[in-house]
Each structure stands twice: as C-alpha cells, then as structure tokens.
Design a protein. Structure first.
Length: 88
C-alpha cells in the first residue's frame, strides 16, 4: 500500500508564515516612507504652482495679490502650505 498524502507539515507552514512576516516587516516601513515622500513632493509642486499664479497675477495687475490674511496672522500664514501632512 502506497502513501499518497501530499500535504504540508506544520513546520513547513510555520516557516512560510515566518518568511511572510519578515517580508512584511521590511516592506511596510518602506511603503510608509514612500507615501511621506510623495506628500512632500506634492506640497513642493503646489507651492510652485501658487508662486507661479501669484507672479501671473502680478503681471496682469501690476501689483501683488492682497495679503491681509498674512499680515493679520503672520504665524499661521504659511503653515498650511509648508506642512505636507495635515496632522503635523
């Protein structure tokens, strides 16, 4: 009588689970870091677009856009533009 049992042993399954856990431990921090770099790059791009828009306004109107908010709230003026993540 031959044994046709082709299943995995408990040790083999534990080794596979351990390998998957190690790979996940390596991949997750890299993924989170990539997300942060993407958000920072987006902020730099948005700031460049705002600067371009302000210069275009200046060319069209021979003056810069009103800065009442910046003058009345100097500490909060650029915080939203220079912070890549809302909770920082």
């Amino acid at each position: 009588m031959t044994d046709n049992n082709h299943s995995f042993t408990l040790i083999e399954l534990l080794i596979v689970v351990a390998i998957i856990g190690i790979l996940a431990a390596i991949a997750v921090p890299n993924f989170l870091n990539a997300q942060l770099r993407t958000k920072v790059t987006r902020v730099y791009s948005d700031m460049g677009a705002i600067g371009t828009a302000l210069e275009m306004y200046h060319l069209d109107n021979n003056k810069y856009a009103p800065s009442n908010y910046i003058e009345s709230h100097p500490k909060r003026a650029l915080r939203h533009l220079t912070t890549p993540i809302a909770y920082m």
